[in-house]
Design a protein around this ligand. Structure first.
Ligand SMILES: [Zn+2]
Length: 331
């Protein structure tokens, strides 16, 4: 008698295989699960809609000889907006690669799934600037994975705020301008960018996305969170390179020229050069510091309850009547 299990899961990867099958990588509340959805790409397959890329569905799985086989998949949430432009899809693909790379288990898996669902919701709905959403996801996902940066105060003199600071990704520590100068480090965070970073690390789930920053602070924040992510993972992410070509067309060519000239750039996408290659990742830290030390940046609007959590997903309106499921591009 075959063993089945029922679980919710988000499709991180849906690869066409064979004639009409889909090989899936799911993020479930218990961790990553590989599963085969046989015949899912046939037009009338009952597995078609529930197994598309970035579908959040309830799956019935049974154990096959080498991997799980999908017996049923019923859609709980579809992030339609992701399919509307290449930027959103590229960022969602980056989220997915990051989540798969972190490969969370146990309680962390449920928390990473919640973070990812909320991030996809805000991205899909276009409710926050994509660069801000990217920074939130990177920093929060790394924190959940045990890579929490030490943002409480300057690691040398304990200064908490005032002026620019340097977050040194190699040590995972913060330095005030004077101490950074003494160490030969350049400041990379102005006051609003540092406040935003602390907010992302320390805020509660429900308020995580409820802040806004200036474009300049957002740029600094994004460069630092990306660098931190790459240093911690110590490996390149292909989806990040693609996202950078979407954000900075021509950047790849410019990079080659810059490399030829021996120059490097520390901000924005150029840091995706995987400037982290060869870096020694810091030891994962466990245990949250006191959230009280976090100072929230000014909220631009009333905190909004993120939707799309595993416990209370909101299904799209009349999914079968208003919108026929579109086939997501197979990888
Ligand atoms: Zn200092």
């Amino acid at each position: 008698m075959r063993t089945t299990k029922t679980t919710t899961g988000l499709v991180l990867r849906a690869t066409k295989t064979g004639e009409a099958d889909r090989a899936l990588l799911l993020l479930t509340p218990d961790g990553l699960v590989s599963a085969m959805a046989k015949g899912a790409l046939r037009m009338r397959s009952r597995l078609f809609s529930g197994t598309g890329l970035f579908c959040y569905s309830e799956f019935v799985l049974f154990e096959g000889k080498t991997m799980h086989v999908v017996d049923a998949a019923s859609v709980k949430q579809v992030f339609w907006g992701l399919h509307e432009d290449v930027e959103r899809m590229a960022l969602a693909m980056y989220y997915a690669e990051l989540a798969a790379t972190l490969s969370p288990t146990g309680e962390e898996a449920a928390a990473q799934l919640r973070l990812l669902l909320n991030s996809l919701y805000f991205l899909s709905e276009g409710k926050r600037p994509p660069r801000q959403l990217k920074a939130v996801y990177e920093l929060r996902a790394m924190t959940l994975a045990g890579f929490m940066p030490d943002l409480v105060a300057c690691a040398d003199c304990a200064k908490y705020e005032g002026g620019a600071f340097c977050f040194d990704a190699m040590s995972g520590c913060l330095y005030c301008a004077a101490c950074a100068a003494g160490r030969g480090l350049a400041c990379n965070l102005d006051a609003p960018a540092l406040a935003a970073m602390r907010y992302i690390v320390f805020s509660e789930d429900a308020k995580l996305f409820s802040f806004s920053v200036s474009p300049q602070a957002a740029r600094q924040l994004g460069a630092v969170t990306q660098h931190w992510t790459l240093v911690c993972l110590n490996r390149p992410l292909r989806s990040l390179e693609f996202l950078c070509t979407v954000w900075e067309p021509g950047e790849a060519d410019r990079k080659k020229t810059a490399e030829a000239a021996g120059s490097t750039r520390e901000d924005g996408c150029a840091a995706a050069e995987n400037g982290a290659a060869g870096a020694v990742p810091p030891e994962p830290q466990t245990g949250l510091r006191e959230a009280e030390t976090a100072k929230a940046p000014e909220a631009s609007e009333a905190p909004e309850e993120p939707r799309g959590t595993p416990t209370e997903p909101e299904p799209p309106e009349n999914p079968e009547k208003t919108k026929a499921p579109r086939a997501p591009a197979e990888q």
